[in-house]
Design a binder for this molecule. Sequence first.
Ligand SMILES: [Zn+2]
Length: 482
Amino acid sequence: MSLPAAAQTGKSVAPPPALSSIRMQDLKKDVYDLADAHFRGRSAGTLDELKASMWIGEKYRALGLKPAGDDGTYFQYFTLLRHSVNVNSTISINGRPLQLWKDVAIAQMANKQLDEPIHYLGNAALIDMNAVNVKGKVVALEASPEGIAMNKSLPTWRYSRSIMDKYGSILLAKGAAAIIFIADATAERCWDDAVENFERGNYDIEGGASAKLQTTVPVLWLHAAAKQELMNKSAVLKANIVIDFFEYPSVNIVGKIDGTDPKLSAEYLLYSGHQDAHGVRNAIQNDSIFYGADDNASVDAAMFAAARAFKKNPGKRSVLFVIHGAEERGLLGSRWYVAHPTVPRNNIVAVLNGDMIGRNNPDSAAILGAAPPHRNSLDLVKMAMDANLEGPRFKLDTLWDKPTHIEGWYFRSDHLPYARQGIPSLMYTTLLHADYHTPLDNAERIDYGKLKKMADWMYRTGWKIANASKRPATDADFKLER
Ligand SMILES: [Zn+2]
């Protein structure tokens, strides 16, 4: 990425006054504490997440932050809405009962009773989708990897979603009553990972697309071995699928440090991270706790570090620290906060979000939202670029910010709901690694020297925002590609 002209002059700028408050030993202790087995991976909507939230609230209090959540507390509670398959749901083929999740997986939930013949359509890649008549029918087709982009770093359950997007969506639009995918070799390899996700179900908040069940058409996966049975012209699907609905609490933890300027202190720079991780799941290398040290204890620790610095030397503007709940369930905490802000939304001048900032090459990092169409404030990007040159001098990756990047990383963290509201927003990250969303994302594997440089960078940027004479402007032509 080319650097803004001001940054290239190399004129020396005094470092922010409390830079020495960002200390590696504090970052390390905080990551170890928050990513400890005691919190069991902080899964959203569980007591583990709530326990971690109380711990973060106590941390805020010890750091001297003022409560800025609801009712004079650090906490803003909200309700997670979850749909999942009732364990007593029954599915059989030709009278042979299938064991839920072992023999059959439910990829799309619907309350449905069926006793219908099965129409075998063939291999997905070979079907003329325009010609088939599937209206009101139960159809079966064999999955095919042809034309499906598989990236090694993508969680394997995404394969089933890609198959659904490519073939299932057409069959749904044509009025199929139920869809049965027969697993190919790739789907067999992905089976356990996919089942874990299907079994968990959907989470959302009020007003979201998944807050209510959207469909009456179930989508099932069967193993490759079932193919012969499904090809039989007399094959019958009998199903009684029941979907449960649950509500759970989650919480954003919100604290602030007042600014010193009589006027500008009404405005807020917002630091954003998330507290939740992936809880306890299928064991990998004999460990089942998904600690979420990089994702995202690393950022929470950097926010505590910035809080120490701003507490020691406040800026002109106020600083808001929002550690969101339920990010991993679909950015639910940030979507909730931006819809129910605890300070006037127009007074939030910028959001500096971080997600995973303590891994990979020690000299490189990325900010997302730095280039169109993701950039929503050139002013803010300039501040972040200048702060990088004045401080850590990371070599910046630009590929992951591109709309063509397969991961769609820009759309996967808590700055997004703020950006959609037109608030200047950036995401700091050191990007993915092989331990992402596994028990190996643990505190021992964090590069604390790198984490300190990232924390420095986020604090240096925040210091500029807190003291700038004018708040960063939102780009007039900002429009996300989706
Ligand atoms: Zn994350």
